[in-house]
Design a protein around this ligand. Sequence first.
Ligand code: FUB
Length: 323
Amino acid sequence: MRLRHLLVRTAFVATLALAASAQAGNPVFPGWYADPEAQVFQNQYWIYPTTSVRYGEQTRFDAFSSDDLTHWTKHEGVLRMADVPWAKKAMWAPAMAENGGKYYFFFAANDIQNDKELGGIGVAVADRPEGPYKDLLGHPLVDAFHNRAQPIDPFVFHDDDGSWYLIYGGWKHANMVKLKPDFTGVEPMADGKTWHEITPSPEYVEGPMMFKRNGKYYFMWSEGGWTGPDYSVAYAIGDSPLGPFKRIGKILQQDDKIGTGAGHHSLFHVARDDSWFIVYHRHPLGDTDGNHRNICIDRMTFDADGKIVPVKMTNEGVPAHAL
Ligand code: FUB
């Protein structure tokens, strides 16, 4: 009887210790997903990824929500191809924005190869973070190549002055365009030009993102090929959203003990304690199927000069972190 009591007590204490030190574990949720967009909506963490399967099967997006970065709830099919009349395949790389009480879901579809094909970057809208999202325009928002940038991989940047920008681009070119305040189109910037190329360096490939910290604009992007091991993330710092940007170096790349092809990321910034988390995809070690990508979260930090410290990828992930 005494032994049984001791065993039960030991198990209880072990459970408590595990709960106290609970890590998210990488990947943070099961399934082949890529290109994660990280957002805080309604005081919850949200991740909106690409479904990483064959192009013809990329016909819907799932989303994931969490209160603490470690327990994730799946929301299936928040945006479906059936609700985007012009989309036929390859629905990729969400970018999210909350604007005027509505939630906006930017995405790429159809993997267009030239201006004759229908597709590009679209936008859908919903009343809640979990959708259901419906196509806003009935046609793509960006439907052609400008400055040789393939219209994929959108990212929405909201500057302090209230301006909304769309940053996007594959095929080694990145563009920045100003969005109309209601996201129904794009408009010229102060210089009268609409399509501004901000490609930071010859290494740029795709997956752009931007944030502002201490008055500086950080521009980040992915390099290498996404199906292979050398996919990675690099960055630059500029004084304006349009740059100029000079590449500083890589901050996320493969680790032969953890995973390969780490890239196409986004960030959670927790304002209350100024902590930063990088959300990215990577391939499991030894897995050479390009679509086998998982979503992972690790810590991101800055040095005293504001430079990003190269990220140490982990299997443990991050501990619970309340907003
Ligand atoms: O998931 C499809 C494509 O893979 C994305 O558009 C690229 O950024 C790459 O991650």
